[in-house]
Design a protein around this ligand. Structure first.
Ligand code: DLL
Length: 436
C-alpha cells in the first residue's frame, strides 16, 4: 500500500533527476536568503550554480549543530517570521535549545510524509492510533498526529506519562496501533502486567517505535510480548521530525528514506570524507523541499548504513539500517536528547561545586535511570552547617536538571578528588551501562 504511489515508486534515475533539480533550487534560495549559507559557501569558494550533479554535493560545506547554536534562535530561517506557523525545539549542546520553524507548506509536507509512514505500516482510516509520543516542543506527538488525521485514522492524542491511564485507554478504546518510544512500550507492558493485564489481550496490531536507539532483539521482544508487528520510524527535529525514514511492513530490513524530500550521504565522522553507499558511517541530510528551515549537508550524528537493494514493497527509495550508535557524545535518556555539555552548563552555575562529575546511565526496569555524582568544594565539606548546604545544592541540581533539560537524576555529592579523571575525556564522565 502506498500513500503517494507515483513518488514512492519513482525509478531511481527519476529520483536522482528530481533531487538535482530540487537541490539547485534550494541552494539558490539559501544562498540568497540566509546569511550563514552565503558566508559558508563563499568561504568554501563554491557558488550554487556550480553544483550541477549529485556528485558535486560533496563540494558544499557541512552544517553542524554549532551553526544552529551560533544562529540561535531564528538566524537560519529562510523566510520571515510572518510566514512561520509552527515552532518546535530540542536540546542544543549547551544551555540553549535549538529551534525549528515550519511554514504552512512545511507542515503540509511533513503531514504527507507522516501519512506515507503510516500507510507503509499498513494503516488505513479504519485504524485507531494510540499516540504516546510527547506533544509539545518535541516533534514526535504532533508529527504523528497530523499524519494520522491525514489518512483518516482515529487518533488518541495520549502524549507521554500517566501510564495507568494509558493502560485503561488501551483497554477501553481498543486502538489497533501504538506509537511511542520502544522503551516506553516495554514499560507499559510491565506496568500492565503488574495490574494483572496481559497486553496480548489488547486489540493492538502494529506498533510504530522510534526517537531512541533500539535493537532487533528489543523489537523481537516487543513483538512477542504484545503479539504485534513492531516497526521502526526515524527522524530528527533539525531535518523535520519523525517521518524522514520508515520501515515498511513488507521489507522488514531497514527504513526507507523519502528521497524526493531529502538527500542522504554517509560520511566518515572523523575525516568528513564521503563513503560509498552501503558503508557504515554518519548520515548527512540535505533537505530539498523545506521552506522555513532548509538544511544543507546537516551532520546528524547518527551512525548507520544505507541499503541499496530493491525492496519487495515496491518503494524505490533507499533504506537505512537501524541507527547503530552516535558519532558524538549525545545521549538519549527516556527519549530526551542530552549532551554532557548541557549538564556542565548547569553545574557551572551552581556555587560550591567542582567541575568534576560523573553521569551513570542505566536501566530501571524498561526505562532509563540516571545518577549524577558531583564533586563539592573542600570548603563546603569542612564548614559547619555544611550538611544543610549540601542538601540545598542537591535540590538545586535536581531542580535545574528537570527545569532546563527535562530529566530527573538521582544526585550524589562527593568529596573533592574522588571521581576518576583519567585524561578528563567524556568517556570518564559518562558511564552508559544500558544494553539495547
Ligand atoms: O526523536 C523525532 C522522532 C520522533 C523520531 C518520534 C521518531 C519518532 P529529536 O528529538 O530531534 O527527534 O531526536 C533525534 O533521535 O538524531 C537519533 O539519534 C534518535 N532517533 C530518532 N529516531 C530513531 C530511531 C526525534 N528510530 C535523534 N532509532 C536522532 C534510533 C533514533 N534513534
Amino acid at each position: 500500500m502506498f500513500y503517494n504511489e507515483e513518488f514512492e515508486t519513482l525509478p531511481r534515475e527519476a529520483i536522482k533527476a528530481l533531487q538535482v533539480k530540487r537541490l539547485q533550487q534550494v541552494l539558490q534560495r539559501v544562498y540568497h536568503t540566509v546569511g550563514y549559507y552565503k558566508k559558508a559557501f563563499d568561504a568554501a569558494k563554491i557558488q550554487p550554480d556550480e553544483i550541477k550533479s549529485l556528485a558535486d554535493l560533496h563540494k558544499l560545506p557541512f552544517t553542524t549543530r554549532q551553526a544552529l547554536r551560533d544562529n540561535y534562535p531564528f538566524g537560519l530561517f529562510a523566510v520571515p517570521m510572518s510566514s512561520i506557523v509552527r515552532l518546535h525545539a530540542s536540546s542544543g549542546t549547551s544551555g540553549r535549545s535549538t529551534v525549528f520553524g515550519y511554514t504552512k507548506h512545511d507542515v503540509e509536507t511533513w503531514t504527507d510524509l507522516m501519512a506515507r509512514c503510516l500507510v507503509a505500516a499498513g494503516l488505513t482510516k479504519n485504524d485507531i492510533i494510540h499516540n504516546a509520543f510527547g506533544y509539545g516542543l518535541f516533534t514526535g506527538g504532533l508529527g504523528l498526529h497530523y499524519g494520522a488525521e491525514k489518512i483518516g485514522a482515529s487518533v488518541i492524542p495520549m502524549s507521554g506519562g500517566n501510564t495507568k491511564r494509558q493502560i485503561m485507554i488501551l483497554q477501553d478504546f481498543g486502538p489497533t496501533t501504538i506509537c511511542c518510544t520502544p522503551s516506553y512500550a516495554l514499560h507499559l507492558a510491565e506496568q500492565a502486567k503488574a495490574m494483572g493485564i496481559d497486553v496480548k489481550s489488547l486489540k493492538l496490531r502494529v506498533g510504530i517505535f522510534g526517537a531512541e536507539p533500539w535493537s532487533k532483539a528489543m523489537s523481537d521482544e516487543i513483538e512477542k510480548i504484545y503479539g504485534i508487528t513492531a516497526l521502526d520510524i526515524f527522524g530528527l527535529s533539525e531535518v523535520m521530525g519523525p517521518g524522514i525514514a520508515m520501515e515498511c511492513l513488507e521489507g522488514r530490513n531497514g527504513m526507507h528514506i523519502f528521497e524526493d524530500h531529502f538527500i542522504v550521504e554517509t560520511i566518515d565522522p572523523q575525516t568528513g570524507k564521503v563513503l560509498p553507499e552501503g558503508s557504515e558511517g554518519e548520515l548527512v541530510f540535505t533537505t530539498l523541499t523545506k521552506e522555513a528551515f532548509p538544511l544543507i549537508r546537516y551532520r546528524s550524528g547518527d551512525v548507520s548504513r544505507l541499503i541499496t537493494e530493491p525492496c519487495r514493497c515496491g518503494r524505490s527509495h533507499i533504506k537505512m539500517e537501524r541507527v547503530l550508535r552516535r558519532s558524538d557524545d549525545m545521549l538519549i535518556i527516556r527519549g530526551v536528547n542530552v549532551f554532557p555539555s548541557q549538564i556542565e552548563a548547569i553545574l557551572v552555575d551552581i556555587e560550591g561545586l567542582e567541575s568534576h562529575y560523573q553521569l551513570i546511565v542505566d536501566k530501571a526496569g524498561a526505562l532509563d535511570s540516571l545518577e549524577l555524582h558531583v564533586e563539592v568544594s573542600e570548603k563546603i565539606f569542612s564548614e559547619s552547617g555544611g550538611v544543610k548546604e549540601l542538601q540545598n545544592i542537591e535540590k538545586r541540581i535536581v531542580k535545574d536538571m528537570k527545569d532546563y533539560l527535562g530529566i530527573s537524576p538521582r544526585v550524589k555529592l562527593v568529596e573533592p578528588n574522588v571521581l576518576q579523571r583519567s585524561g578528563g575525556g567524556v568517556g570518564t564522565k559518562v558511564i552508559d551501562k544500558r544494553r539495547i
